[in-house]
Design a protein around this ligand. Structure first.
Ligand code: 26V
Length: 811
């Protein structure tokens, strides 16, 4: 724990300011004040960081390395202060210097190195590993440009680069002495010596991998773990003057650019796989650098590679880092002289893989030719893995060629990354109960029957430190007053809040807290977008990536339906609602972009209509990111989790909303099912087809969108509104959405679930009118949200998969 009082902090801050800027604090710019604070906090952290690393090394604790292409950290200052336990001291000290901590925190650029759920999960996991005292490290890519910035211009999404490093990054430390070299292309020379095959990689291109380390501070426990992100740089002697003198200046520049391209930008797609060579390069780049540095550190610390798997666990976050498996094999065999069998045993015991999606179009498979050309030695190793695996399959499934073909790692000209991840790991998990069952029963059934014990579930979680303590201080205060402070370290203790659900004074407080958060969000919306919203309306929120399976379109159709009803009957008795949307569409995802255009057009029309403007408003908030989520979620009354059942692997915003006292409107998909199991049917709004009905349609067909539409006058009216000029004078504008729903028989069954969705919303309307009932339901949701803390999730990973040692057994 940092023991620091207000006066010392003040002095430290003033001293640091002069040291960095050599000028008067009273004249300083906000940015320089922020930078000073960041640097000061980093100084405080560095000592704890060194101590943690030293302790891990001395104890030879088992280390976890969480490999992920994405870490969506958001801002770090506020949470670092919170975890250090000095946020209040810092606030008071700065107050005396006439500096407002909140506005300094707002100056920090989001670290947006991720697309959505998968990247944010990785960030929550880092926080939980540090807070539980687990020796856990993140390993990823330091993208120069993070997830693009979304601008809404004339109602449409326009992408701008996210130049997040523009004003520097106080949290990272460049470790020039810990660089690694990654090799691409070339050929492999094979010879044998004393009966052992030797593989020599020649004529390759080298890329320098430079690590940047960011401290990950645990909650009030003196633990500081490390997130290591790799940046690609040319190797200096390959970009030297000798090439210029040979007149190869342009070639040298080309080389430099092609190297730097590797860590230049995060791919903004999260559901459509495209076999892009640069993405494969990114994957091998950070995996190879990461594995090399783990082994270097392990050996330097006196470790014997024979016991590597007892001291190191590597986690593969989706298939993106799967090359860890052949890379570890390569190093163990080619560089460390292990036999295939020993290298394979060590590798399999070290690696574990999490699947995050069953969408077929998101599954990674690389064309063999591209792969072989870029990574010749790695390809040879995968070929050998595949040969040995298929041999086993032949022995077990004699003559079942179809099955063997289905399960092979290399087939039909592709390397299938999920298959590689499964055979090379000792554990394969899904991210919510339903998802894990679907993996076993459907998507990965062949592998499940072959390796039944490998498969398991780890339901996702969220860090309650960021998503409750930090983003909802008033609710945190109420919890402390009622149930004490134990829930902070033991989030399951929130359950005792249930006994307060009936108490009127607690209901009143919950109402007030929500209203304050709504006022705050209303202010943000007014400042950002100039729209005035009514804090007494129901804040009905859907924020997430825009995707057909998440069904923002279902939500939009519902709003169109209410609007039509209101036009017919402006006095219709409904509780006023504000519909809030936010989310980014992949730049090349036409229908998702159309959906944004539809929502903004609906907003434009409805918000201007003076006849009904008190009753409903629609807001599409620009540029959804972690910081905006921290403003939106605590202010939500209703959380829309309306994906087509079976498609959303887990969802994590559903958990964040619940923890902040929003009620959930949900299909029985992903973790929604587990939320329902926790709070009971009376405290959630469930609608739509169940798993069996959906799978039946997928298996046997029979869905007819036209039929559904024609038999419902509301659907006829609103689908027609898509093409009759109601929301755009250009009648062609929303035709693609109309055709998607009807002509192409929408595979996500939006129209089919419409009626049940409307009915569920009628239940919401009724419940909201009963203020006490609503707050009681909110309290029950809050009380049952502790199980969705990522501390619980990480505890399960650590005990059942990684075999970590713990500093604090929190749960
Ligand atoms: C896939 C691809 C495909 C190739 C192009 C680049 C790219 C980037 C990311 C992904 C991963 C998509 C999977 C994903 O984000 N799944 C989400 O994971 C969350 C955390 O487990 C979960 O809550 C969401 O339900 C799930 O959609």
């Amino acid at each position: 724990m940092i023991n620091i009082d207000k006066n010392t902090f003040k002095k430290d801050y003033e001293k640091k300011f002069i040291e960095m800027h050599g000028s008067e604090l009273s004249l300083a710019s906000p940015q320089s004040k922020y930078e000073t604070l960041g640097a000061l906090i980093r100084d405080y952290v560095v000592e704890m960081w060194l101590n943690t690393t030293r302790r891990y090394n001395e104890n030879h604790d088992k280390q976890v390395y969480y490999f992920s292409m994405e870490f969506l950290l958001g801002r770090l200052l506020g949470n670092t202060l919170l975890n250090l336990g000095i946020r209040d001291v810092c606030r008071d000290a700065l107050d005396e210097l006439n500096i407002d901590l909140d506005s300094l925190e707002d100056l920090e650029q989001d670290q947006g190195l991720g697309n959505g759920g998968l990247g944010r999960l990785a960030a929550c996991f880092l926080d939980s590993m540090a807070s539980l005292g687990i020796p856990g490290n993140g390993c990823g890519i330091r993208y120069k440009y993070g997830f693009f910035e979304q601008k809404i211009i004339e109602g449409s999404q326009v992408e701008a680069p996210d130049n997040w490093l523009r004003s520097g990054n106080v949290w990272e430390i460049r470790k020039a002495d810990k660089v690694e070299v990654v090799k691409f292309g070339g050929e492999v020379k094979v010879d044998s010596f004393n009966g052992r095959m030797n593989f020599t990689h020649i004529n390759y291109e080298s890329v320098l991998a430079v690590p940047y380390d960011t401290p990950v501070v645990g909650y009030e426990n003196d633990v500081v773990n490390t997130l290591r992100l790799w940046s690609a740089e040319p190797i200096s002697n390959e970009f030297d003057f000798s090439s210029f003198s040979r007149g190869e200046f342009l070639k040298a520049i080309e080389y430099k650019n092609s190297v730097e391209a590797i860590s230049q930008v995060l791919y903004p797609e999260d559901s459509f796989y495209e076999g892009k060579r640069l993405r494969l390069k990114q994957q091998y780049f950070f995996v190879s650098a990461g594995v090399q540095s783990i082994i270097r550190h392990y050996k330097n610390n006196g470790g014997n590679l024979k016991n590597f798997d007892e001291k190191v666990a590597i986690h593969i976050n989706d298939t993106h880092p799967t090359l860890v498996i052949p890379e570890l094999m390569r190093i163990l065999m080619d560089e460390e002289g292990f036999s295939w069998e020993d290298a394979w045993r060590i590798t399999k015991n070290t690696c574990a893989y999490t699947n995050h999606t069953i969408l077929a179009e998101a599954l990674e498979k690389w064309p063999v030719d591209m792969f072989k050309n870029l990574l010749p030695r790695i390809y040879m190793i995968i070929e050998e893995m595949n040969r040995r695996f298929c041999e086993k399959l032949w022995n077990k499934y004699i003559g079942q060629w179809d099955k063997i073909h289905r399960m092979a790692v290399i087939a039909d000209g592709y390397v299938k990354m999920a298959h590689l991840a499964i055979i090379g790991s000792h554990s394969v998990n899904g991210v919510a109960k339903l998802h894990s069952e679907i993996l076993k029963k459907q998507e990965m059934a062949d592998f499940y029957y072959y390796y039944p014990r490998k498969f398991n579930n780890k339901t996702n979680g969220i860090t309650h430190r960021r998503w409750l303590l930090k983003s909802n201080p008033q609710l945190t205060e109420l919890l402390k007053e009622t149930i004490g402070t134990s829930f902070i370290k033991h989030p399951m203790d929130m359950e005792s809040f249930e006994s307060y659900a009936d108490k009127e004074h607690v209901q009143e407080r919950l109402y007030e807290i929500k209203r304050n958060n709504k006022l705050k969000l209303a202010e943000v919306i007014k400042n950002k977008q100039g729209i005035i919203i009514d804090p007494d309306s129901i804040f009905d929120v859907q924020v997430k990536r825009i995707h057909a399976y998440k069904r923002q379109l279902l939500n939009a159709l519902r709003i169109m339906n209410i609007y039509s009803d209101l036009l017919e009957n402006p006095n219709m008795d409904i509780v006023p609602r504000t519909f809030i949307f936010a989310g980014k569409a992949a730049p090349g995802y036409f229908l998702a972009k159309k959906t944004i255009e539809l929502i903004t057009s609906i907003a434009e029309k409805i918000n201007k209509d003076t006849l009904i403007r008190d009753k409903i408003k629609v807001v599409f908030l620009e540029n959804y990111n972690v910081s905006l989520a921290e403003d939106i979620i605590p202010a939500a009354d209703l959380s829309e989790q309306i994906s087509t059942t079976t498609k959303e692997a887990s969802g994590t915003s559903n958990m964040k909303f619940m923890m902040n006292g929003a009620l959930t409107m949900a299909t029985l998909d992903g973790a929604n099912i587990e939320i329902r199991d926790e709070v009971g049917d009376d405290n959630i709004f469930i609608f739509g087809m169940n798993e069996r009905e959906v799978l039946d349609y997928y298996k046997n067909g029979g869905y007819n969108a036209w039929e559904v539409c024609n038999s419902d006058s509301r659907l006829r009216r609103i689908t027609n509104d898509l093409i009759n000029g109601q929301y755009s004078s250009d009648r062609e504008k929303f035709k693609p959405l109309y055709e998607h729903l009807l002509t192409y028989n929408d595979e996500f069954f939006v129209l089919k679930d419409f009626d049940s969705y409307i009915k569920a919303h009628e239940r919401v309307d009724k419940a909201y009118r009963d203020k006490h009932l609503w707050q009681k339901m909110a309290a029950i949701n809050i009380a049952h949200s502790g199980i969705f803390s990522s501390d619980r999730t990480i505890y399960e990973y650590a005990t059942a998969i990684w075999g970590s040692s713990f500093l604090y057994k929190n749960l």
